[in-house]
Design a binder for this molecule. Structure first.
Ligand SMILES: CC(C)(COP(=O)(O)OP(=O)(O)OC[C@H]1O[C@@H](n2cnc3c(N)ncnc32)[C@H](O)[C@@H]1OP(=O)(O)O)[C@@H](O)C(=O)NCCC(=O)NCCS
Length: 419
């Protein structure tokens, strides 16, 4: 007799007493051993909202996990939009491809829509998983590896205004959150960071299962006010060839609230003695860095990939929250198998960039899926290209180009955080 998983499975939110086995199931789902230290269960549990944490149980065993949390997403123009941030999506290899993740996703998106979240976001472990749920890749990241001597050869000695200080982890814990808040408000695609992010990065809180090595933190302060406006976190591996230093420097995070601070931090990192190679970590695809070098070709791309995926849940709210590059009107017909974002909407942008978005029965200029709208939303994709790919239909000639004129942004969106 074969067991029908859908009949014997209980998919629901978990109770506090089920947390240890839920954390253990997450570990198994991500291909690690099931045993998780009590201390780690407690640490993870402290940041979990049980009402938004689902498990799939079979014969008393948790075989799948899913969780979401509230985040604010900065959209073009600087508005902060309530986002349902999805994480810990895992299904034990014993139960894969039986529709379990799909059912948990449906539960979560319905709850998020009812709560009033305008959109949902996640970081996809694998590209093919989430398109079917209306998500589209909305930001990308690029990582460069820089040959420092070649990159800075004959560089004029530029001294940026401001002051640099190597600070302690305790100081980073104190100064980082407020600085990050200013950074993320000016960065479309960025999200707010919970306190736990800073506690883990500074080693104030350590997960027993994760190695932590104290990094260096270098702070930049504004020249006139002394206010912190940039922070880089990095580590250097000490390597020598005989008596020749050959040290790679790896940047784990670099945030700045001003371009001056950003330039100053990169110039500092490129000037550290003994360092021959600089790995940038996950940067915005249009980061200042390669262009800041005297020889930008010395920066080789080591990774360039989709990063944060997005899904609209409330099309009028999401589309009217962001600003647009020009005045214009566009009627969009959105198809969405799950229904959350679907409808025909009239987007009307004014010369000041603000817009209204309302349901309409006018004939649409463009027909596209919720996933493709998500890809266009933060301004990092081309509607003309999506039309060329056959993804969207222009009902009015030139509508894709008009979409690009409206949606494109001066700088590309960037989400530096994995969540
Ligand atoms: C990815 C994962 C959560 C999918 O769970 P699942 O319960 O097997 O997914 P479902 O059965 O609901 O799949 C629904 C559909 O998505 C497809 N799908 C799911 N995961 C996929 C993947 N990794 N690659 C390609 N297609 C995938 C399924 O084939 C199925 O397609 P169908 O509707 O045409 O039959 C699970 O395989 C897993 O835990 N993987 C390892 C951890 C991981 O990557 N988690 C995601 C973190 S972002």
């Amino acid at each position: 007799m074969s067991l029908d998983a859908s009949d014997s499975l209980d998919i629901r939110t978990i109770t506090a007493s089920e947390l240890p086995q839920w954390v253990s199931a997450t570990s198994v789902g991500f291909l690690h051993a099931p045993t998780v230290a009590d201390e780690e269960v407690e640490l993870r549990g402290a940041n979990i909202d049980l009402d938004r944490t689902q498990g799939a149980f079979e014969a008393g065993r948790c075989v799948a996990t899913f969780r979401s949390m509230p985040r604010e997403l900065t959209v073009p123009g600087g508005a902060l939009v309530a986002a349902d941030a999805i994480t810990n999506v895992s299904v034990s290899a014993t139960h894969r491809r039986r529709g379990i993740a799909s059912r948990m996703m449906a539960n979560d998106l319905t709850a998020a829509k009812q709560r009033g979240d305008a959109l949902a976001i996640l970081i996809a472990a694998e590209y093919p998983i989430y398109g079917r749920f209306g998500f589209g890749p909305a930001t990308t990241i690029t990582e460069w590896e820089i040959e420092v001597a070649r990159a800075t050869k004959s560089a004029p000695a530029v001294v940026e205004a401001g002051r640099l200080e190597v600070i302690t982890p305790a100081e980073a814990l104190k100064l980082g959150p407020e600085l990050h808040d200013r950074f993320r408000r000016r960065t479309p695609g960025a999200i707010n960071r919970p306190d736990r992010w800073w506690e883990l990065t500074t080693g104030t809180v350590r997960m027993p299962s994760e190695d932590w090595k104290e990094p260096l933190f270098v702070l930049h302060r504004d020249a006139s006010t002394g206010r912190p406006d940039g922070l880089a976190t990095y580590s250097v591996e000490e390597k020598w060839h005989g008596m020749l230093p050959n040290c790679p420097l790896t940047v784990s995070h670099l945030i700045a609230a001003t371009p001056t601070a950003e330039r100053a931090l990169w110039r500092y990192l490129l000037s550290v003695d003994w360092v021959t190679t600089l790995r940038t970590g996950w940067r915005a695809p249009d980061d200042l860095l390669p262009a800041l070098l005297t020889d930008p070709r010395a920066a080789r791309v080591s990774h360039s990939t989709d990063f944060m995926w997005l899904r609209l849940l409330d099309t009028p709210r999401a589309l009217s929250a962001r600003t647009y590059a020009t005045a214009g009107t566009l009627v969009l017909d959105i198809t969405d198998p799950q229904g959350h974002a679907s409808g025909t909407f009239r987007l009307e942008a004014s010369a000041d960039g603000t817009a209204t978005c309302t349901l309409t029965d006018t004939a649409p200029d463009l027909t596209l899926t919720a996933a493709d709208l998500a890809t266009l939303y933060l301004g990092d994709a081309s509607a003309v290209r999506l039309a060329a790919l056959g993804n969207l239909t222009e009902n009015t000639p030139g509508a894709a180009a008009r979409t690009d004129a409206l949606f494109r942004t001066p700088r590309r969106p960037w989400c530096p955080d994995i969540f």
